[in-house]
Write a protein that binds this ligand. Structure first.
Ligand code: FES
Length: 97
């Protein structure tokens, strides 16, 4: 795998997502990435509000924006996107424009 080939943006600066545990999402993704030795593959950045607050917590990867991400989704997201660019349909809110 190439280094730093994917960036995850997690909305932690928006109030709605913060109230819906987006900080836990950020920490959980970091932990899942670390456990799989993918620290050089993924880069995680804190993001501002995506304007999709009602679906929070919100994150994006590749050209997909995910909402309602739960604790049991962290591993799947990290594992899935290390191999695929297609979205996980259940989490998909919209595509980036
Ligand atoms: S607060 Fe996260 S999308 Fe608005």
């Amino acid at each position: 795998m190439s280094s730093c080939s994917k960036t995850l943006l997690v909305c932690v600066k928006g109030k709605a997502c913060s109230r819906r545990d987006s900080v836990e999402l950020l920490k959980g993704l970091k932990k899942a990435i670390g456990k799989r030795g993918l620290d050089d593959f993924y880069q995680i950045k804190k993001a501002k509000c995506f304007g999709l607050c009602k679906y929070g917590p919100i994150m994006s990867i590749d050209d997909s924006i995910y909402g309602g991400v739960r604790k049991d989704d962290y591993k799947k997201i990290v594992k899935w996107h290390a191999k695929n660019t297609k979205p996980i349909k259940r989490l998909l809110i919209t595509k980036k424009k």
